[in-house]
Design a protein around this ligand. Structure first.
Ligand code: SF4
Length: 183
């Protein structure tokens, strides 16, 4: 989210930025990065509309504009990041660790310090079981598999229906942006 925010700031400097998603840690990230005007969860958005109901008949429906590649819309699913990484010229598949769920991750992370798993050069690890589709800010009772299918269906829908701004996530889009983070 932080990286996307910095890119949006460069491409659309006059726009306000609102992040709506499944993740409560994005609030911290938004505060750290700056430039994001509001970061809320799906649950919070739903609560807002409960308190401030709108007449759906008065809403003018529009699809999202897209300015990145549709295939990356599988990011919220565990393994989605590495599936869209174009790593073939840099990494073998067996150098990428895909894992989700804190209970699964912690034993592995603990063993990194002892020198195990040193063959992994890229970690595609997500704290929530199944990935962001099971984030704590999601207002949904579907099982994980149904959520995964919905994400894939949305990706296909977007490919055919969202307005294409002809941006393809090229490296030059990020020219001049400082992505460095210190932890
Ligand atoms: S896996 Fe969970 S904690 Fe990690 S970014 Fe996704 S929603 Fe947030």
């Amino acid at each position: 989210m932080g990286a996307m925010s910095l890119i949006c700031k460069k491409l659309y400097p006059k726009c306000n930025q609102v992040f709506v998603g499944p993740c409560i840690t994005k609030k911290n990230e938004a505060a750290e990065i700056g430039g994001i005007d509001l970061a809320i969860t799906f649950k919070e958005l739903s609560e807002y509309f409960d308190k401030n109901p709108i007449d759906i008949k008065t809403v003018h429906k529009k699809s999202f504009n897209k300015f990145y590649n549709d295939y990356t819309k599988i990011y919220p699913v565990s393994g989605g990041l590495s599936d869209t990484l174009h790593h073939e010229k840099v990494l073998d598949g067996n150098q990428i660790l895909v894992m989700d769920g804190i209970a699964n991750l912690m034993p592995v992370f603990n063993e990194f310090k002892d020198g195990f798993y040193k063959d992994y050069l890229f970690l595609d690890c997500l704290s929530c079981n199944g990935g962001c589709i099971a984030g704590p800010g999601i207002n949904n009772t579907l099982d994980l598999e149904s959520r995964r299918k919905k994400v894939l269906a949305y990706k296909n829908f977007a490919m055919n229906n969202e307005k294409d701004l002809e941006r393809r996530g090229m490296v030059h889009d990020a020219d001049g942006i400082d992505f460095k983070r210190i932890f």
